[in-house]
Structure formats: structure tokens, C-alpha cells
Design a protein around this ligand. Sequence first.
Ligand SMILES: Cc1cc2nc3c(=O)[nH]c(=O)nc-3n(C[C@H](O)[C@H](O)[C@H](O)COP(=O)(O)OP(=O)(O)OC[C@H]3O[C@@H](n4cnc5c(N)ncnc54)[C@H](O)[C@@H]3O)c2cc1C
Length: 465
Amino acid sequence: MKKYDVIIVGAGPAGIFCAYELVKNRQDLKILILEKGRGIANRKCPKHTNGGRCVHCKPCSITTGWAGAGAFSDGKLSLSHEVGGTLPEYLGVEETIEMIKYTDQIYLDFGADGEIHGETLTPEMEVIRRKAIESNLKLVHCPVRHLGTEKAQELYRKLYDFVVDKGVEVHFNSAVQNLILEDDKIQGVKNGKGEYFADLVMVSVGRDGADWLMKECSKESIGTEVGVVDIGVRLECRNEVMKDINDNFYEAKLIHYTQTFDDKVRTFCSNPGGFVSSEYYDNDLAVVNGHSFKDLKSDNTNFALLVSQKFTEPFKAPIEYGKHIARLANMLTNNQILVQRFGDLIRGRRTTSNRLYRNNIIPTLKDAVPGDLSLVLPHRILKDIEEMILALDKVTPGLASDETLLYGVEVKFYSNITKVDNSFQSTSVENLYLGGDGAGITRGLMQASVNGVLIAREFLKKIEA
Ligand SMILES: Cc1cc2nc3c(=O)[nH]c(=O)nc-3n(C[C@H](O)[C@H](O)[C@H](O)COP(=O)(O)OP(=O)(O)OC[C@H]3O[C@@H](n4cnc5c(N)ncnc54)[C@H](O)[C@@H]3O)c2cc1C
């Protein structure tokens, strides 16, 4: 029987930082990390050598493997407690701020860039904020530390070396299939290779594993609640259009409550000089995303426009809802990402290759298929996006031009929330701790990492009690 003190399921930032905090304090613990994907050196996306085309690897190297979705992410560490998750609801604002500082220092220790973008508000930023107010947009102040994709990989590789050197066992290609419970207490986990037992288990499977986790929760009667569903598009325009915002904020987080439906729409994950990308869920469902590299730059800026929908009873399947919409888009494009010009969308006509290449902007996602988003997204979501773009156009003129590209669909699968107490222990199963994006608690690198540190500290308290 394989027995450990702690098992961590999923080696994304939440799992890694949990392991880090544990071994930093106790090197005598037997810790196992089970990860569905590959080691960081083997996480190669064939798209980079294949003209930007996805070949549907199983599992996808972009979203799974050491460092999880964080490895190929843009590596923007949001240093505001208002961004990237709901930790303040569990810890309070002050402790969240303290924990972000603590975790940021770990990132610095492992090689993160010392520069922080957007730390103090300059007069130019104040002008942008005034324009935002005039346009009924809330500007969230969020200083950002930018790692860049290459540097993020290097940093997480160093964390791998650190924890393995201190005795942590890491098994790749080891997707957990089941939790092992007895009398509402976790005993361990099971995968295709065997059963593993531990006193304490953390499950941090990210968005990639959220669906599996929710099914497991439903099977084992582990408490969850329905969260919000975030669905929208990724907008791409030329850098000139976003210059003021990019130069001053790197990333401006803007929120708008739309006139028609009073829905919340927000900008998310902006990549100045970046590239639009596709990622695959369940290995075959194409959804859009974006990233940027520290050195390689494009002429375009991309960011997501996400509409948050909070559903009520009897609706219980936000992830399925999001996937259903993504599947509709995939159906029209033979499993690629759909792209439409804003001008075509508001005129009610599809974008064609001919219309796409009339513009100043050249799409960075080469295999996107020109089409019609109104055949995919519900009217309400499209109307929200249209109103958001018109509001943003007053802050950054040119955004509502005909040539602005909208890629669909972007869906965030973090919407179901596991019921946990303030120590992140499941309210239904003793010694089972749920963290990170997959548990519906966080939505970004920094808060996921903080969540990992916090769960490690809870483990240390239990072990030392
Ligand atoms: C393209 C992209 C760009 C992003 N850019 C940014 C950014 O710039 N800034 C930011 O703050 N955030 C960004 N994010 C989000 C960020 O990456 C996530 O919020 C963060 O990685 C969440 O950490 P996590 O540990 O909770 O989950 P993840 O990083 O998703 O890791 C979960 C891990 O669990 C593994 N797993 C899943 N199921 C199982 C299973 N059954 N058994 C074992 N292992 C399993 C997965 O393979 C994965 O490695 C980006 C995400 C993407 C996809």
C-alpha cells in the first residue's frame, strides 16, 4: 500500500505552491503530486512548429502538465486582491493582501522580474479613469508583475527542482480517476496505475479538471454550488488603438453594467503585442484564449470580453452550458475558432476571408475561420458585448471600428464552486481540501498560488496538532 502524509492532485500553481510551502517548513513529510499531464520539459505544443495549427494532443500540453495552465500562460501576476479570485471572501481583505505579498516574494525569489506595471496612478491614468467614468465603466486598479510565457516556464521549472530536491514525489501522466472516501473522510485517491493513500488530500485540478471534479463531487455527495458562467469573445485590434491604455496600465481592467440587460461585462487577460490562441477542452472542444511573450511581439493587442451570468435554481450545469455554446461555434468551423469583424456583426452579416483581409489588422490566430457569431452566442450575450465595445470606444477610440476582430467563443469553466470552510476543507468530507481554479475559488495565477500556500499551512497545523 502506498501511504503518504499529503497527496496533491494537480500540479498547477495551487498544487506547486502547496508543495513548496510544505517542504519549506517540513522536509520529513512524504508528499505525492499526481499530475495528469507531462513534465515541463516535455510540454511542447506542436502548433509552434506547425504554422499555428493545433493537432489535438492528448492530454493538451497547453493546459496540463507541471505548472498547469500557468506554464503557457502569459504569466501576469495580478497583485490586487480584487482580481483573480474570491480569496477575500474566505480570508478577508487584509489577510489576502498580506498573503499576496508573501507569495509574490516567492515568485521574486525564483526569478520573477522586479518591475511592477501600473503601481501608481499617473496623470495620464487619471485621464483614462475620467473617460471610463464618463462612459459608465469601472476601472479596477491592479498592479501587475509580468513574467512572460518563457520566463514563467523557467520559474516553475526551478520550483520543480526545488520541491523534488526536497523529496516530493511527482508522477506525471497520472490523472486521478476517483477519490477514496470512508465515513465522510478522505483516505486517498485512485488512478489507472493504482491506489494511493494519505491523511490529507488537496485537489487542485484547474479548469481542465473542473468537470471531472464536479462529477466526482456529485457521485460522492460532496457539496458544491452553482457559480457564475463567464462567456464571451476575445477582441483583437491593432496596438495603435490601445496605445494609451497599454502604455499606461499594461492591463486595464474595466467593468461595465450594460444598459439593456444590466449584465456585468468585463475586460480580461489583455495581451499587448500578443497572440490569440486556441485551447482544447476534453481534447476536442476549441475555445479561444490569448497570450504574449516577453520578447516576441505582434502588431496587435487582444483581450477577452466576458459576460457574467449568475443562474439560479433549478439550473445546475454552468460548465455544460458554456461547453454547449462552444460546441455550437465548433460545429460551424470544423472545430476551429470562429472570427468575425465587429462591423460585420453589427450589420448582421458573416465575415468572409475577403472581408477579413481588407483591414489594417492581420489576425494573429492563423487557423481561425471567418463566420458569424450571431449564429452561436445568445442575443443577450451579443448585445452585452456590443454595448461594452461601444462604451470602451469612448475610452480608447477606434475600438468600435469595423475591422476590430472578435474571436469566439471564450468560456471560463470555473463556475461551479466547491463548498469549503475558511480553511478550504470540504464541508462534506474531512481532510479533503479543495483549491485553485478547479474548486471555483480562484481565477488567476497569484490567487491560485496563494491558495496553495494557505492549504499547506492548514496541513502543517493538522500535522503538528
Ligand atoms: C492561455 C492562458 C493564459 C493565462 N494567462 C494568465 C495570466 O496571464 N495571469 C493569470 O493570473 N492567470 C492566467 N491564466 C489563468 C491561470 O493559468 C490559472 O488561473 C492558474 O493556472 C490556475 O491554477 P490551478 O493550480 O488552480 O490550476 P491549473 O493551472 O489549471 O492546474 C491544474 C492541473 O491539474 C491537472 N489535472 C486536471 N485534472 C486532473 C486529474 N484528474 N488528476 C491529476 N491532475 C489533474 C491539470 O493537468 C493541471 O496541470 C491563464 C490561463 C490560460 C489557459
